[in-house]
Design a protein around this ligand. Sequence first.
Ligand code: ATP
Ligand code: MG
Length: 254
Amino acid sequence: MARIITICNAKGGVGKTTTAINLGAYLAALGKYVLLVDMDSQANATGGLGISIPIDHENIYHAIVNDQNPLSMIKRTTIFGFDVLPATQALAGATVELVSMDEREYRLRKALNSLRTNYDYILIDCPPSLGMLTVNALTAGDNVIIPVQCEYYALEGLGQLLHAIDLIKQSLNPDLQVLGVLLTMYDKRIQLNRHVVNEVTKNFPGRVFDTIISRTIDLAEAPSYGKPIIQFSPSSKAANEYRRLAEEVIKLTL
Ligand code: ATP
Ligand code: MG
C-alpha cells in the first residue's frame, strides 16, 4: 500500500513542485514505485516532467469531478518507476464544481484508492492556496511535507496551514501527520537565510528535515528541459540534496 505524501504550503513559489518532482525522481531511483499527482491547475509538475497534454485531454480533473478511473490517465516519465497523474488548466474549474458535490473533500482520496496497491509512494503537488483542491489533497494524504523558503516572510501563513491541517485531522482525516518542514532555496552567504533556518528550527523542533535545499540555478533551469535534476545535472549539489531528502523520507516512513 502506497504511503501518500501531500506537499503543501499555501504560499506560492516556495518549492512545492520542485520538491514533488525531484523527491519523486530520487525515490524512484532508490528503487521505489512512485506516482506524482498534479493537483495544481498551473500543471507545473506535469510540464516539469516533460509531459504536455491538451487542456481537454483526460486528467486528474476528470477523476475528481467526473469519477473517471484515473488508471488510464497515468503517464510514464522517462525515469523507471516514476509515473505522473497529470493536470491541465481544466483543473481550475474543479474548485467551483466541487462545492455542490457530495463528499466533496473525499474526491481525490476515492480516486487514489484503487491506485494505492500499485505504488510505494504517491506524492501530491498542491496549488498555492487552502482551497478545495488542497483540502482534497490533505484529506487523501497520510503525511504532509511543508516546503518553506528561506526568506523573510517564510513563517507567514504557516500558522494558518497548521490550523487547516488540525481541522482536517479532527474532521476528515484523523491519520494525517506532518512528516516534516523542508527548508528550500537556502543560500549560506545570506545572513537572513541563516536566520530563517534558526527561526524555523526553533518553531518546529524535531520536525525540520536535516536536508536543506540550496538555491541553485540548476533547479530553476531543469523544468524548462522537462527533466528532474537527476537527469538534468546528476552530479550537482542540488541533485545530492534531493537524493538525501529521499533517503530521509524513506527512513521516516519505514
Ligand atoms: P507555486 O506555489 O506557484 O505552485 P511552488 O511552491 O510549486 O510554486 P516551485 O514552482 O517549485 O514552487 O518553485 C518556484 C520557482 O523557483 C520555480 O521557478 C523553480 O524553478 C524555482 N526554484 C525552486 N526551488 C529552487 C531552488 N532550490 N533553487 C533555485 N530555484 C528554485
Ligand atoms: Mg507549484
